[in-house]
Design a protein around this ligand. Structure first.
Ligand code: LLP
Length: 428
C-alpha cells in the first residue's frame, strides 16, 4: 500500500501521506476494504484513517521541532471526539471557537493549558466557561471583546491571558469565503488599533496581553502570504519592545493547503523552512493551529450510486450523499477527487455530474467527471476529512451520516448514523 496509486492523488507532495489506496482494484483505507465498510455501516459514510492523522500531525511537529511549538488542532475542521483523542494522544492542544467546542475539549479531557480560544463573537457565557476551565488564552479580535473578557474576569476574580488577533491585510490567494486576513473581512485588528490596545493595556486590569495571533485564511498553498503577514508582525513586536511592552507568544494560525486535485501545496517542511527565519529571531513561544492539514486527506465520504440519468447535455450520477453531508463543492465550488470504490477496466465513462438527492441545483459533489460506475456501485469523495462532517446539516430532513475510524484492519464506529427520530427530537 505504499506505492503511489493512479487515480488517488498523492497527498501533500509527500510519499505515503495518506492511506487510501487501491489494492487489487478496490479502494482500501489502510488495511480495510472500503466496500466492506459501506456494506456493513451503510452509506453515506465518513471513513477516517487514524494513521494519516498521526502522520500529518507528526509532519508539522517535525518541521517545527527546533522551536517546539504548541500545536493546537483546529477543532472546527473535524470535531469528532475520537479524532480529538488522537490529537491529545500525540501531545497536541486544541484551537476552539465556541462553547460547544470547549465542551468537546472538556469531554476528551484536553488539558486547559493547551487550549486557545478564537472567534469574533464570544458570548459572556462562553467566556466564563473558558475562564472557569482555565484555558491558556483567548485570541481577541476587538476592544469591545477585550472589555467584556475583562469584566467577566473581575466578576469571577480571575485573570485572563490574551493574544490580540492582527489583521495584516494580505491576500492569501484562496476562496473569498475562507480569506480572513484582508482588511475588508470581519477578522482581527488593524495595526493601529492593535498597537493602541497594547499601549493602553493598563485599562484592562484583569487581562494579561501576552501575544499576537494571525490567521490569514485557509487552503493556502504557498508561503508568500504567510511571510508577508509575518514581516508585519515582526515589525509590530519590535515596535512594542521599544515601548517596553513584552509579549510571550506568537500564534501563526492554521491555513496550510492540501491536495484535492491538481494543487501542489507547500509541504510542512517547506513551510517551516520559509517561516522560521522570521519567527525565530523574535524568541516567542510559537503556537500553530492546523486543521485541514491534519485531517483533510485523512477522510473520505463514501456514497452509493442510486441512479444514472442520461440527458442530451450530460450524464448525472445520482448518489445517496448530498450537499447536506459535504457542502464544500456547493459552497466554495471546491474540487474533490471522486473515485469509484471498485476500479472498472476500459475507457473512462461519459463525463458526468455527481449529484445528491437534495432539491437544489447547487447540490453536487463533482462536475464533469469521467466516472465509470453503475447503479449500486460505491463512490468515494476524497479529501473529505476536514470541513466535511463538521459542516454537515439535516437539510431536506436528511439524517447525518455515520463516521468510522480505521486503524489498520480494525474499524470503530465513532458516530452513529442519525435516524428519523433524531430529526424531530428537539421539536416541541
Ligand atoms: N485558526 C483559526 C483562527 C481559524 O479560523 C481556522 C479556520 C484555523 C485555525 C484552521 O484553518 P485550516 O488549517 O483548517 O485551514 N470551511 C472552510 C474552511 C474554513 C476555515 C475557518 N477557519 C472550507 O471547507 O474550506
Amino acid at each position: 500500500d505504499k506505492k503511489p496509486n493512479p487515480g488517488v492523488p498523492e497527498r501533500n507532495n509527500q510519499k505515503n501521506m495518506h492511506y487510501f489506496a487501491f489494492k487489487r482494484n478496490t479502494l482500501y483505507c489502510e488495511n480495510t476494504r472500503i466496500k466492506k465498510l459501506a456494506e456493513g455501516f451503510g452509506t453515506p459514510l465518513y471513513v477516517y484513517s487514524e494513521r494519516t492523522i498521526r502522520e500529518h500531525y507528526n509532519k508539522i511537529k517535525k518541521a517545527f521541532k527546533e522551536v517546539k511549538p504548541l500545536i493546537c488542532y483546529s477543532v472546527k475542521a473535524n470535531s469528532n471526539l475520537s479524532i480529538l483523542k488522537i490529537i491529545k494522544s500525540l501531545g497536541g492542544g486544541l484551537d476552539i471557537v465556541s462553547g460547544g467546542e470547549l465542551y468537546r475539549a472538556k469531554a476528551v479531557k484536553c488539558r486547559p493549558e493547551k487550549i486557545v480560544y478564537a472567534s469574533v463573537g464570544k458570548s459572556e457565557a462562553e467566556i466564563k466557561d473558558a475562564l472557569k476551565y482555565g484555558i491558556l488564552m483567548f485570541n481577541v479580535e476587538s476592544a469591545a471583546e477585550l472589555e467584556r473578557i475583562n469584566s467577566a474576569c473581575i466578576k469571577m476574580k480571575k485573570k485572563a491571558k490574551v493574544s490580540l488577533r492582527f489583521n495584516p491585510d494580505v491576500e492569501p490567494g484562496t476562496h473569498t469565503y475562507i480569506t480572513t486576513g484582508k482588511k475588508e473581512t470581519k477578522f482581527g485588528l488593524d495595526e493601529g488599533s492593535l498597537k493602541k490596545i497594547f499601549l493602553e493595556s493598563k485599562r484592562y486590569k484583569s487581562i494579561v496581553l501576552c501575544g499576537i495571533h494571525i490567521h490569514i485564511g485557509s487552503q493556502i498553498t504557498t508561503s508568500h502570504p504567510f511571510l508577508k503577514a509575518l514581516k508585519k508582525v515582526s515589525g509590530i513586536v519590535k515596535y512594542l519592545r521599544t515601548k517596553n511592552i513584552a509579549i510571550d507568544y506568537l500564534n501563526i494560525g492554521g491555513g496550510l493547503g492540501i491536495v484535492y486535485g491538481e494543487e501542489k501545496p507547500q509541504t510542512a517542511a517547506d513551510f517551516a523552512k520559509k517561516v522560521l527565519p522570521l519567527i525565530k529571531p523574535l524568541s516567542l513561544k510559537l503556537i500553530i493551529e492546523p486543521g485541514r492539514f491534519i485531517v483533510g486527506n485523512a477522510g473520505v465520504l463514501v456514497a452509493k450510486v442510486l441512479y444514472i440519468k442520461d440527458t442530451k447535455s450530460k450524464r448525472f450520477i445520482i448518489v445517496d450523499a448530498a450537499m447536506n453531508d459535504l457542502i464544500r463543492p456547493s459552497l466554495y465550488d471546491a474540487y474533490h477527487t471522486i473515485v469509484g470504490v471498485d476500479k472498472v477496466k476500459g475507457p473512462p465513462g461519459r463525463s458526468s455530474d455527481i449529484v445528491g438527492p437534495v432539491c437544489e441545483s447547487g447540490d453536487f459533489l463533482g462536475k464533469d467527471r469521467p466516472l465509470k460506475v453503475k447503479e449500486g456501485d460505491y463512490i468515494a469523495v476524497l479529501g473529505a476529512g476536514a470541513y466535511g462532517f463538521s459542516m454537515s446539516s439535516n437539510y431536506n430532513s436528511r439524517p447525518r451520516p455515520a463516521e468510522v475510524l480505521v486503524k489498520n484492519n480494525k474499524t470503530t464506529l465513532v458516530r452513529k448514523r442519525e435516524n428519523y427520530k433524531d430529526l424531530i427530537e428537539k421539536e416541541v
